[in-house]
Design a protein around this ligand. Structure first.
Ligand code: CAA
Length: 365
């Protein structure tokens, strides 16, 4: 490792993704709840929920994603000087989830280890901190391991039940082999109770409609700041992809509509930009469901897969409470190889599909 404290070129050096071994189609849930399946598939745009079996959880997901990122990275575990886990599936009010993961990976010693909480925005905040840590020179050339990991479950029969999911994305923040991450970022926040989970409660409380409004307001504000004085449509058009935190796909569509309205794009332009720049990146999200902190980063990983050096994309992160941030990433030489895609695709294909009876038993357990 380079021990200089001069700022280093920084970005994502390697990626690792993981999902749990079970999945259920939302049409099974619709049959169980007596709901028209079109509400979930058309109304919300959902397809499949990733689910964890008994005894499998957020630490398993985070560990697997981290091991995959480490395997495809040229550095060593000893070169990591920071491990940060963004999550809203914490196991303890004091002990950070990073300690559970570091224990399994054998990460110890001169390492800053911590958990970041800001609902679905926590993983992005961990990444931003790691990038800024490298840029400040405080990293002295060392790498950060950033993980966004969550198990997203709602109370049975909650309106959010069809949007459940689980997954983890790990990123080695070091040289920008996969993508550089812009230091310039566009944040927006407002204190709100749109989605929250009081201490001691197992499932979130959600003001669903209000949460949609907050998300859309944040998206329009961040994109407005990002476009600045430029022609927003041309700037959007020039991107390889626009990646969004995706609680459910229709939510993203509504946000793009709001962005289009704020820039006074025609309905045709907005629909075309959504189809060309946004939808392709949501492929893994629709197979997984909401993975909270991981959600945006599955979309970013999908969009980076196969990108050419210099391709630019934007990432829009949103966390209830609420806080949001938008920034650019530029593909590096390792994006074209997309080493992270094959293990995830294999895992998605190998998942066991469960039916409604098994789901009921799982939730009862
Ligand atoms: N056929 C086709 N469409 C149908 C239909 C049918 N039979 N029945 C209903 N629909 C449509 C509705 O018209 C509606 O579409 P529009 O919004 O375009 O009008 C859509 O299906 C949903 O219907 P409802 O609004 O009646 O749904 P709901 O109130 O039961 O639940 C929800 C929707 C509130 C978003 C719920 O999914 C929820 O609470 N989700 C959790 C919160 C959430 O994900 N918020 C997103 C932003 S917050 C965030 O980002 C943090 C996070 O990750 C959770």
């Amino acid at each position: 490792m380079n021990e200089t404290n001069a700022p280093q070129p920084t970005g994502i050096a390697a990626l690792g993704l993981a999902v749990p071994p079970l999945a259920m189609d939302v049409t099974e849930l619709a049959a169980l709840r007596g709901v028209d399946p079109d509400k979930y598939t058309v109304g919300l745009g959902c397809r499949t929920m990733a689910l964890c079996p008994d005894g499998f959880g957020v630490v398993d997901l985070a560990e697997t994603a981290a091991r995959r990122a480490l395997e495809s990275w040229s550095g060593r575990v000893e070169d990591i000087g920071l491990i940060a886990v963004g999550t809203e599936s914490a196991l303890d009010m004091s002990r950070p989830l990073s300690a559970f993961v570091a224990d399994r990976l054998g990460v110890r010693g001169a390492v800053r280890s911590y958990e970041v909480k800001h609902a679905c925005y926590g993983g992005t905040l961990a990444l931003r901190q790691a990038v800024e840590w490298r840029a400040s020179g405080a990293a002295r050339g060392r790498a950060a391991l950033v993980i966004a990991a969550d198990v997203a479950l709602y109370a049975p029969e909650d309106p959010g039940e069809a949007t459940q999911g689980a997954g983890a994305v790990a990123m080695i923040v070091h040289t920008p082999d996969v993508a550089s991450v812009a230091l310039d970022a566009h944040a927006y926040s407002e204190p709100a109770f749109d989605f929250w989970r009081p201490v001691g409660e197992s499932f979130p409380r959600v003001d669903g409609k209000f949460s949609l409004e907050c998300y859309q307001r944040a998206a329009a504000s961040c994109f407005g700041s990002w476009a600045g004085e430029r022609d927003a449509r041309e700037a959007f058009e020039a991107l390889r992809a626009a990646c969004f935190h995706a609680p459910f796909p229709k939510m993203v569509k509504k946000a793009v509509d709001r962005i289009g309205e704020s820039f006074e794009w025609s309905a045709e332009d907005t629909a075309r930009l959504y189809a060309e720049k946004v939808v392709p990146a949501l492929e893994w999200n629709t197979a997984i469901g909401n993975s909270y902190t991981g959600s945006l980063w599955f979309a970013v990983a999908r969009a980076l897969a196969g990108a050419e050096v210099g391709d630019r994309l934007v990432a829009f992160s949103y966390g209830s409470g609420f806080g949001a941030e938008l920034f650019e990433l530029t593909a590096g030489p390792a994006a074209a190889r997309a080493e992270w895609a094959a293990p995830l695709e294999a895992e998605l294909s190998a998942r066991e599909r469960i039916d409604r009876d098994r789901y009921v038993a799982l939730r009862a357990g």
